[in-house]
Design a protein around this ligand. Sequence first.
Ligand code: HPA
Length: 277
Amino acid sequence: MNNYENMAEAVDFIKTKFSKKPEIGIVLGSGLGDFANTMKNTTIIDYSDIPNFKSANIKGHAGKLVLCEINGVSIAIMQGRFHYYEGHDILDTIFPIRVLGGLGIKKLILTNAAGGINSNFLPGDLMIITDHINMMGINPLRGDNDEKIGTRFPDMSNIYSKKLVSIIEDNMKAINLNIKKGVYLALSGPSYETPAEIKMLATLGADAVGMSTVPEAIAARHMGIEIAGISCITNLAAGISKTELDHKEVTETANRVKADFIKLLTNILNQLIKEIN
Ligand code: HPA
């Protein structure tokens, strides 16, 4: 279902709608999708129209692939992603990433909403992901390996590009955002964590916790793509937060930082485009 031929079919379909080769991919997480609406002269494709894509169905996730060109550089933006907790096969959650890789992207910016574990974090902070811990209980590369996609045992030592971390950091400084960096830990969800679990995750070295991104990062690295990650800390994690967790808080906080997030992403993108040109 999720092999190289399926990927090629989706890639060929997208090429009939948008003939240029995207260099940069962006995945917009919960409540962060509006960035794509700031793009001009876009080609928009519903996930449900792309061969072998599942359809996204969670609130705050649009389920659209937005393609555009800025100063001669093409960009592919995923407005919404497929989560493992929705019940999708893990391969279906990373399929869009493989399709972006198949289209030719060299760099990928992954964004998400996450709970803050690090005691220096506040809701509304943007955290640059420097590394991750996969506690989803599954690896998307399990199973037959197709060498056309990537190597059997891909290295993950430098999964989040140090160069991209430093570019994001510089751009955060330039617009006076507090620099927060850290390790993103992924669980399968969909229940939020217990306070005891959050204590354990803190001990393990996690700064933020969420339910996405890690499989996508693994799949992208497998294809040799350079990766950056930004977490919007939408709430303090269970037991650190004085109140119970609610998805409403996640979308409300994401909405509150939307302007900063859009500005930051726009500036990062402009710098990456300048470097390509
Ligand atoms: N836990 C897990 N996932 C999340 C959280 C959280 O606290 N906030 C946003 N996504």
